[in-house]
Design a protein around this ligand. Structure first.
Ligand code: P6P
Length: 339
């Protein structure tokens, strides 16, 4: 009977968030409405990604985005869908998208109290070869929605209320935290609902995997080089770690959350601030990792304490299992004290 009860007691993402919102009597369901619009965007993108090969959506749109990268049609489509869904929710006042150079200030008549920073289709260079890609988002509350400025957006990650990603792979999995731990939901296409499949995700305290683009090794600084050397040639008699690098942040982070280990996108001589963007890649993934019991470090400080000054600012990032990140923090600390 328990199994039967389990099967018929569908814990959808909306029901789960409503339960969590119950802890905030003051909330009038605004967050739930906002989330339902994000979920709508994810469902659309999941469907488009699944059909991409057939619908000839694969291939360059011919335009380039603010990052100077060639834009694929799915990027354009996904960004438009998320912007329209978020604006029409009536719960947002400003949006920051990886695909838009400027922040999008919502028409005052449609404004709500939230700011959403998002990458509509991260890892899109992997679309053609079928590697998992994803949407990443972070949500802030804006103090005065009628007088919102860029300053309201350039907030440290510690002010983030919620964060999540949706991974479009063998299945469509949405991982979300609203500040009370991390939960994973899998899209049941027959229902069109995200069902709770990974309750209360906790990242293992220590892992056996390191995840970095070894192709950048010649440009790494000393602490990163030393740490990766230790992963490959441990001096304490332990076995070497395995290298797993998918090159799609959502997929690499999802594996790190579930299996443990450490993901690194360090600074290097070519890009002194690394490659990943603070507002819609580093902050949301750092928020999730901390909520799952791990940690996130920039080489200088706790990632969430960064105070961004530009919309598309980058930062080096080391995040994952608590003990693994501790090790690289110690290497950066000893370098800083040696200077
Ligand atoms: P590299 C994908 O383009 C992305 O933004 C992230 O999803 C991924 O982690 C990173 O870049 C991969 O970068 O330089 O290793 O190819």
């Amino acid at each position: 009977h328990a199994a039967e009860a389990q099967r018929t007691d569908l814990m959808t993402i909306t029901r789960h968030v409503l339960n969590e919102q119950g802890r905030h009597p003051e909330s009038r369901g605004d967050f739930t409405i906002l989330l339902s619009h994000i979920v709508l965007g994810c469902k659309f993108v999941a469907s488009a990604v699944n059909k991409a090969g057939l619908a000839k959506l694969i291939g360059l749109a011919g335009e380039t985005n603010v990052q100077g990268e060639e834009q694929k049609k799915l990027d354009v489509l996904s960004n438009e869908v998320f912007v329209k869904a978020l604006v029409s929710s009536g719960r947002t006042c400003v949006l920051v998208s990886e695909e838009n150079e400027e922040a999008i200030f919502v028409d005052p008549a449609l404004r709500g109290k939230y700011c959403v920073c998002f990458d509509p289709l991260d890892g899109s260079s992997n679309i053609d070869c079928g590697v998992s890609i994803g949407t990443i988002f972070g949500i802030y509350m804006i103090k005065d929605k009628d007088n919102v400025t860029l300053g309201d957006v350039l907030q440290p990650g510690t002010d983030m209320l919620a964060a999540g990603y949706c991974m479009y792979g063998s299945s469509c999995t949405l991982v979300l935290s609203t500040g009370n731990g991390v939960n994973g939901f899998t899209l049941d296409p027959s229902l069109g609902e995200f069902i709770l499949t990974h309750p209360n995700i906790k990242v293992p305290k220590k892992g056996k995997i390191y995840s970095v683009n070894e192709g950048n090794a010649k440009n790494w600084d000393a602490p990163t080089a030393k740490y990766v050397e230790k992963c490959k040639f441990p001096q304490d008699g332990s076995s070497p770690k395995s290298l797993r690098y998918i090159g799609s942040m959502v997929a690499d982070i999802h594996r790190t959350l579930l299996y443990g280990g450490i993901f690194l996108y360090p600074a290097d001589q070519k890009s002194p601030n690394g490659k990943l963007r603070v507002l819609y890649e580093v902050f949301p993934m750092s928020f999730l990792m901390e909520q799952a019991g791990g940690q996130a470090f920039t080489g200088k400080q706790r990632a969430l304490e960064l105070a961004p000054t530009k919309l598309h600012e980058r930062s080096p990032i080391f995040l994952g299992s608590y003990d693994d990140v501790e090790e690289i923090k110690a290497l950066y600390a000893s370098e800083a004290s040696a200077v």
